[in-house]
Design a protein around this ligand. Sequence first.
Ligand code: NAD
Length: 319
Amino acid sequence: MSVALAVIGTGVIGADHVRRLTSGTSSVAVVTDIDAARAEAVARQYGVPVAHTDGLAAILDPRVDAVVVASSAASHAELVVAAVAAGKPVFCEKPLATTAEDCRLIVEAEAAAGRRLVQVGFMRRYDEACRELKRVVDGGELGAPLLLHCRHRNPAVPDTFTDEMMINEAAIHEIDLVRWLLGEEIAAVSVVWPRRSARAHRALHDPMLVWLRTTGGTVVDVEVNVNVGYGYDIRAEVVGEHGTFGTTPAIATHWLERFRAAYDAELADWVRAVAAGADPQGPTAYDGYAAAVVADACVTAFGVDGWVPVPIAADRSPR
Ligand code: NAD
C-alpha cells in the first residue's frame, strides 16, 4: 500500500522531508504551514496537490493516512495529540514537545488509543556512525562504559535562539543518544557556563557544558557550542575500562548534509511500518517524554552549582 501523508511545517527540515517522502512507497497529499506562502512554494516545488494553513484540518483530511509533524517545536504537542486522537500514525520531529508535561499528555493519549502511533525523530539512532558505536559498546570489548564525550557544534544559530533551546533543540539529541547507546536512564544533570563566545548573541550562554550521570554511573560531558563558524561537527567517544571508541569526526557544512542518510533511513523505516499496518520500530513517545524530563532538569540546573537529580530515574510509569 502507498501511504498518503500530511507534512505539517514546511521550513528547513519539513521541506526536506517533503522531498524525500514524495518518492518510493509514500506520497505527500497535503502540506501545511502557518506561513501560507511557504507551504504553497513547497507544494509547487514538489507537486503536492493541497497546501493550506490549518494543521488540524490536514490531520482530519480523509486523503491523509499518516502525519509528519515538522513544524516549530512549540506547536508539536497539540498536533501530535490531534493525530493520535484521529487514530493516524504520526512521525514527530524532535523534540516531541517542549516540556515533559506536554510529552506526558502525548504518552497518555497514545495509551488511550491502545496502540503505538507515535515515532520521534531522534535520527541519531539511524546514523551509521552512531550504530557502529552502539555495536562496539554492546559487543563488550570496551568493558563497562566509564565516560562518554560528546560534541555538538553548529556553525551558527539565529538571534532568536535561547538558552532553553541549547537544551531542547540541540542537547536533546545527545540526551536520547545516551539513553539508547548505554541502555540506561539519566539520573542527574549539571550545566556549566564557561565564558561566552563573542560569536553568540549577548543573551545566549554559548558554549554550554552539559553533564549527565546515568543510573549505572557513566558520566557524559556534552559540549553544546552553536556558533563555531567552521562547520557542523558532531562527535561521540565512549571511554570504557579496556579501551575507547568514537564516531569518526566528519565535519559538514549543515545538519541536512551530515544526517541525510539517517533522515532517509528513519523515514523509510517509519513509512514501511505504516504501510504494513505495523507498530513503528523507531524512538517512542516514551523516549520523547524521557528525554524531555532530562531536558527540563537541565534547564532547572541553569545557574545551580552541582548535580540536579532527574525525577524519571524513579518514574518509569508511562512506559
Ligand atoms: P523552521 O523554522 O525552518 O521551520 C518551522 C516551520 O514551522 C516554519 O515554516 C513555521 O512557519 C512552521 N510552523 C510553526 N508553527 C506551525 C503550526 N502550528 N502549524 C504549521 N506550521 C507551523 O525550523 P526547522 O529547522 O525546519 O525545524 C522544525 C522542527 O524540526 C523543530 O522541532 C526542530 O527542532 C526539528 N529539527 C530536527 C532536526 C533533526 O536533526 N532531527 C533538525 C532540524 C530541525
